[in-house]
Ligand binder design. Structure first.
Ligand code: NAP
Ligand code: HSE
Length: 428
């Protein structure tokens, strides 16, 4: 029998416990497929006494994740603690410095430190893999770095946060409030430790920045992602969108424009009948456009214990078999600094205003839009609550900049009672 691959796991929450269960459940299967046993040697978490519903009796315990990473009897560290800095970063750096392989689900850390970590891994000959960090169980990093490696990629887009898709689809299906559905997503283990990272679009933007780097051969540029969350989406917006034949999705797009790379993560309207419009619950979907293959689509559960553990095991199995590929699909030092596209792309928009119901208000609003060359396609105004009139307008395609100027002027009107909501209608 070949030498076992000796594994340490830092973090025993939703993901870490899932990894332990998967290795314990499929020990023989994994050994057969890898040609060598996978052996969990030691684990670490904050609280040693916590009941995690798993048997940790066979593993050593380390209070300090850095000491865990440095153990001489460990070949591979699984980092599933979370946090962009702190102990997660410290133990990953310690493992890589010692030439040990690292598999992590930590997109927040990689979005900030991925470049330096990839370079460090290559210096010591270690693997740094992060399939679980992007789109949960979907093997999208593997698709980009291996299956599609021969293609030039022009666009990667999709739904990349399970919590947000769960909230948006469950609110529509049950009429439950945003707060109630978010609590369910947390109880199911989908949300981040701080769920504002999910609903604020930041988690999905972390993921998009990692996919963009992998697709375009550029350094991770999280600070280049335009980010907007779903916090201001109401059940009424979801119903308005449905009436017009759309669903609201937190949609990420990274695309190569003529003047550079555009990266945005924002709630958008997509046609109900489209595959993205049909995506329910915790599922994610990633669409990749390659020059020789055309379009490919990947769908699956985007969060939770089983799917994330599945992605971690995929990476571990590659390493067990001796497959060491660069973290972002090419040597890290060759990744270029990305140019950010400033022009963006035109789109139609869904606009919702809360206006004082008084003569002349609509005329003022329409003239401001007209003055900025923003053309109205459709509109409706119903559901008045006495003083306030909720007005919904769908525009024809427009650049974002004049629309933003118009919205700022409308917002400054004394008849405007709240900041307008503007959602892009994405043509797929
Ligand atoms: P979690 O349930 O909150 O678990 C975190 C684990 O890390 C816990 O076992 C905790 O210990 C341990 N930990 C936290 N801070 C620590 C510290 N300072 N020192 C030692 N141990 C520490 O989180 P999770 O949902 O499993 O997520 C873990 C990572 O996977 C995150 O990077 C997350 O973004 C990523 N991820 C999660 C999912 C998902 O669906 N949940 C999917 C993809 C990626 P205690 O248990 O003792 O408190
Ligand atoms: N909080 C994340 C989500 C976990 O909901 O998608 C998976 O990365």
């Amino acid at each position: 029998m070949s030498q076992p691959l000796r594994i340490a796991i830092a973090g025993l929450g939703t993901v870490g416990a899932g990894v332990v269960k998967m290795v314990q459940t499929h020990g023989d299967l994994l050994t057969r497929r890898a040609g060598r046993p996978l052996e969990i040697v030691a684990v670490s978490a904050r609280s040693r006494g916590k009941d995690r519903g798993i048997d940790l009796g066979a593993f050593d315990w380390e209070d300090d994740p850095v000491a865990l990473a440095k153990r001489a009897d460990v070949d591979l560290l699984v980092e599933v603690m979370g946090g962009e800095d702190g102990p997660a970063k410290a133990c990953v750096e310690a493992a890589l410095a010692a030439g040990k392989h690292v598999v992590t689900a930590n997109k927040a850390m990689l979005a900030l430190h991925g470049q330096a970590m990839a370079e460090q891994a290559e210096t010591t000959g270690a693997a740094l893999r992060f399939e679980a960090a992007v789109a949960g169980g979907i093997p999208i990093v593997k698709a980009l770095t291996e299956g599609l490696a021969g293609n030039g990629i022009s666009r990667v887009m999709g739904v990349m946060n399970g919590t947000c898709n769960y909230i948006l689809t469950k609110m529509e299906a049950t009429g439950e409030s945003y707060g109630e559905v978010l609590k369910e997503a947390q109880a199911l283990g989908y949300a981040e430790a701080d769920p504002t990272v999910d609903v604020g679009g930041i988690d999905a933007a972390h993921k998009l920045s990692l996919l963009a780097a992998t697709a375009f051969g550029t350094r991770v540029a999280f600070d280049h992602v335009e980010i907007e969350g779903i916090e201001r989406i109401t059940l009424q917006d979801i119903k308005n969108a449905a009436d017009m034949g759309y669903k609201i999705k937190l949609l990420g797009v990274a695309q190569q424009n003529s003047d550079g790379i555009e990266q945005r993560m924002q709630p958008c309207l997509v046609p109900t009948a489209s595959p993205l419009g049909q995506l329910e619950g915790v599922n994610n979907m990633v669409v990749v456009d390659g020059d020789f293959i055309g379009q490919t689509v990947y769908q699956g559960p985007g969060a939770g214990e089983g799917p994330t553990a599945s992605a971690i095991l995929g990476d571990i199995m590659d390493i067990a078999r001796g497959l060491i590929i660069p973290a972002f699909g090419q040597p890290a030092k060759g990744l270029t600094k990305p140019n950010t596209s400033s022009k963006g792309s035109d789109a139609a928009y869904y606009l919702r205003f809360s206006l004082t119901d008084a003569p002349g208000t609509l005329a003022k609003l329409a003239s401001i839009l007209g003055a900025h060359n923003v053309s109205i396609n459709r509109m409706h105004q119903y559901g008045h609550d006495g003083k306030t009139a909720p007005l919904v307008i769908v525009t024809h395609a427009t650049p974002r900049q004049p629309l933003d100027q118009a919205l700022a002027e409308i917002c400054a009107l004394s008849a405007s009672n709240a900041e307008p909501v503007a959602l892009r209608i994405e043509s797929l």
